[in-house]
Design a protein around this ligand. Sequence first.
Ligand code: NI
Length: 177
Amino acid sequence: MTGDLRYPLGPMPTPQTLTSVERVEALGHLFALPADLFDAVQGLTDEQLGTPYRDGGWTVRQVVHHVAESHMNAFIRLKLALTEDNPTIKPYEEDRWATLPDHELVPDVSLNLLDALHSRLGMLFASLDPAGPDWARPWTHPAQGRTYTVDTLLAMYAWHGRHHTAQITVLRERNGW
Ligand code: NI
C-alpha cells in the first residue's frame, strides 16, 4: 500500500511483455477478482455503499459498477486484439459512465456480472499458448497514441481489479467498518 488513497497499489503497469511466471500470477488475480471484490463490499450498509472512497471520488457502489464496465471493455479489447490486425480500441468517458442511472443499482448486480465475465476473460487468457505468438498481438489506444500487447492487457486488468478493491478495503480500514 502506498498511502495514496486514489492509487493504493501505485500506478497501472503497462509492460509490453510478461514472463510466464508473471502471467500465472496475473491470471490468478483475474480469477480471484469477483470473490475478492465481493468480500470487500460484504456487510456494508446502503449508506456505506454510498460513501466516496476518498474526497471527490466515486462511491463504493460506483467503484464496483465501474470495475464491471471497465472489464467488459477489457474483454472486448482482448477479443479484438486476438481477431484483428492491430485494432484501434474505443476509449470511453468513465466519469460520465459513472453518473448514468445504472450506477445506482445494488453492487450485487455487477458482482454477478463480474463472476460470469471473469470466467470468460480468464478462460480466454488461460487458453493462449504460453510459448505462442498471441501474447504479443498488438492493439492501439488512440487517445494515448500507443500500441500495447495482449500481455499488457492482462497486466493492466489484473492490476485494475486489485486497485479498485484496495480503494474499498482501505476506506473500510480508515473508518473501522
Ligand atoms: Ni478504474
